[in-house]
Design a protein around this ligand. Structure first.
Ligand code: UD1
Length: 440
C-alpha cells in the first residue's frame, strides 16, 4: 500500500469513515499459515507525541496504518509541526519536524476521536510551557479520568485550570519532583516521563507502569538525548536535560495484535506462525493459553501456535503488565465461552469492560456478570448472528467469535476495529478465513 495521510485540519469527518461498513464472516474454517505482526499502536502514539520534544527532525518507522494514527498525525499538524507519512509495502514511516511548533491546543473534535490525544500534555508543557487539551470524557469501557496526569504535572510545577471542557495547563518552568502514582496508569506514566525529560533537576516516578510500550518510549527518548533509568521497573528516574535532538526509531511489534492472532487460532482451530513479535511480551497470556490446552512454541521473533479440539476452562484476572492484559480480555473470553467447564474472568483495570458479553450471548454464550467478574459456562458451539462492535477490543473478540461460529456472523460498527488492527480481514483471509468487508 502506498500513500500519504490526510492534510492538516481534515480530520473531523474521518470517524468511522463509512459507518455502514460491516464484516461478514462464515465460520468454521481452520486457520493455516503465517501472519506478520504490525507495529504497536500503543507505542506509536506516545512516540509520535514525544517528537514534539525535539528541536530536530524525528523519523519513526514501523508505524501501523490505523485510524488512531491518522487522527494523531492530524493533531501533530494542528500543533504546527511539519509532519509527513508514507506507507509503502511493509515500510511505514512518519517524519515529524517540531522545531517550530506554533500551537498548544488539542481541540475537542480530535480528543473526541482519539482519547490518546492526552499524550500531548506532557511534551507541550515541557517544550513550550503551555497546553490546552479538551478533557477526554468517559468511553464505552469506563470513566477514564486524568487526575493522576494532572497531579503529577502539578508536583513538577505546572498550574492548571479546568473550564469549558478544557484543561489549560501552564508553567514558567518545570522542576524535578518525586511522584507516587496511586495506580500504575500507562498514559500517565508516559506523560510524566515526557514532561520530566526537559524539566530542571531529577524526577522520580514511583509505582510507574511497566508496559513494553513505555520501555520503547524511554529508549527512544534516550536516543534523543534524555537521561532516564529504570524503564521496565516500577521506579523511573529522569534527570532533565536542556535539549533533545532528533532520532530514527522503529516501533516495537504490537503484542496485543499478536495475542489476538494466537487466540484466533484457539477459536477457529489451526496452525499458525506469527512473525515479527517479541514473545516475552506475551508471557502471561501464553501461559494461560497453554494451560487452556493450546500448543505454543516461541523461537526468535516467531510464535508457533497449534490448536485443535476443545480447550479447557481457565480463570483469568487482568492486571497491569506483566499481568494478563485487559486489552486481551475480550478475545480470551471467546475461548472460554467455547471451552470445557466453568471459568471466571475478572476485569481489574476498567470498570465497564464487558460490553462484548451481551453480543457473545447472541451467538449462544452462557455468561453471567457479577461485579467485576464474568462467570462463563463453556458451550459446545456458537451460532452465527448479527452483532454490534462497541469498542476496539470488543470488535476483535466478535471477529474471533465469528470465526468459531457455525453459519454467518455479521459485525456492524467496525470503525472501532479499524482504530487498532491493521488489515485484520486481509490478514485473516490470507490464513483461510471466510471474511469480507461489505460496504452498504
Ligand atoms: C492504556 C492503553 C489501553 C489499555 C490501558 C490499560 C494506550 C494509548 N492505551 O490506556 O489500550 O487498555 O492502558 O493497559 O496506551 N486512571 C485514573 N486516573 C488517571 C489515569 C488512569 O483513575 O489519571 C485509571 C483508569 O480509569 C483505569 C486505570 O487507571 O481504570 C488504568 O488506566 P490507564 O493505565 O491510564 O489506561 P490508559 O493509559 O488510558
Amino acid at each position: 500500500m502506498k500513500g500519504t495521510l490526510s492534510p492538516p485540519g481534515n480530520f473531523a469527518g474521518q470517524a468511522g469513515k463509512c459507518p455502514k461498513e460491516r464484516l461478514v464472516i462464515k465460520g468454521g474454517h481452520r486457520l493455516e499459515g503465517t501472519v506478520r505482526t504490525s507495529g504497536a499502536k500503543n507505542a506509536a502514539l506516545p512516540i509520535l507525541a514525544a517528537t514534539l520534544l525535539s528541536e530536530s527532525t524525528c523519523e519513526i518507522l514501523n508505524v501501523p496504518l490505523l485510524e488512531d494514527i491518522r487522527f494523531f498525525i492530524s493533531l501533530l499538524h494542528e500543533l504546527g509541526t511539519d509532519t509527513s507519512a508514507s506507507f509503502e509495502n511493509r515500510v511505514s514511516a512518519v517524519t515529524v519536524d517540531a522545531s517550530s511548533i506554533s500551537g498548544y491546543e488539542a481541540p475537542h473534535e480530535l480528543v473526541r476521536l482519539i482519547r490518546a490525544s492526552i499524550l500531548v500534555l506532557g511534551p507541550l508543557i515541557a517544550r513550550i510551557g503551555r497546553a490546552r487539551v479538551s478533557m477526554p470524557g468517559g468511553c464505552a469501557i469506563g470513566n477514564r479520568p486524568i487526575n493522576l496526569h494532572l497531579k503529577g504535572l502539578e508536583l513538577m510545577g505546572a498550574e492548571y485550570e479546568v473550564s469549558n471542557g478544557f484543561v489549560d495547563i501552564r508553567t514558567k518552568g518545570l522542576g524535578g519532583a518525586r511522584i507516587y502514582l496511586d495506580f500504575p496508569s500507562v498514559t500517565c506514566t508516559e506523560n510524566l516521563l515526557m514532561a520530566a525529560v526537559l524539566a530542571r533537576g531529577t524526577t522520580v516516578i514511583e509505582n510507574a507502569a511497566r508496559e513494553p510500550e513505555i520501555v520503547d518510549l524511554a529508549k527512544m527518548l534516550k536516543n534523543m538525548g534524555a537521561r532516564i533509568s529504570g524503564e521496565g521497573s516500577d521506579t523511573l528516574k529522569i534527570e532533565g536535560v536542556r535539549y533533545l535532538g532528533g532520532t530514527r526509531w522503529s516501533i516495537i511489534p504490537d503484542r496485543i495484535e499478536a495475542g489476538t492472532y494466537i487466540m484466533a487460532a484457539g477459536a477457529a482451530g489451526g496452525t499458525l506462525e506469527i512473525t515479527d513479535t517479541v514473545p516475552s511480551h506475551l508471557d502471561s497470556a501464553i501461559s494461560k493459553l497453554r494451560a487452556a490446552g493450546m500448543k505454543i512454541d516461541c523461537s526468535g521473533d516467531s510464535i508457533f501456535v497449534e490448536s485443535s479440539g476443545r480447550l479447557k476452562s481457565v480463570d483469568v484476572i487482568t492486571q497491569p503488565y506483566p499481568g494478563f492484559p485487559t486489552d486481551l480480555q475480550a478475545q480470551f473470553m471467546v475461548l472460554m465461552c467455547l471451552a470445557q467447564g466453568l471459568s471466571v474472568i475478572t476485569e481489574n483495570i476498567f470498570e465497564n469492560r464487558f460490553m462484548h458479553v451481551a453480543e457473545l450471548k447472541r451467538l449462544g454464550a452462557d455468561i453471567k456478570i457479577e461485579g467485576r467478574s464474568a462467570i462463563i459456562r463453556g458451550v459446545k458451539k456458537f451460532t452465527g448472528a448479527p452483532v454490534q462492535a462497541t469498542d476496539l477490543r470488543a470488535s476483535a473478540c466478535l471477529v474471533l467469535a465469528g470465526l468459531a461460529a457455525r453459519g454467518v456472523t455479521e459485525i456492524t460498527d467496525i470503525h472501532h476495529l479499524d482504530r487498532g488492527y491493521e488489515n485484520m480481514e486481509a490478514k485473516l483471509a490470507a490464513l483461510g478465513a471466510d471474511i469480507k468487508r461489505i460496504n452498504a
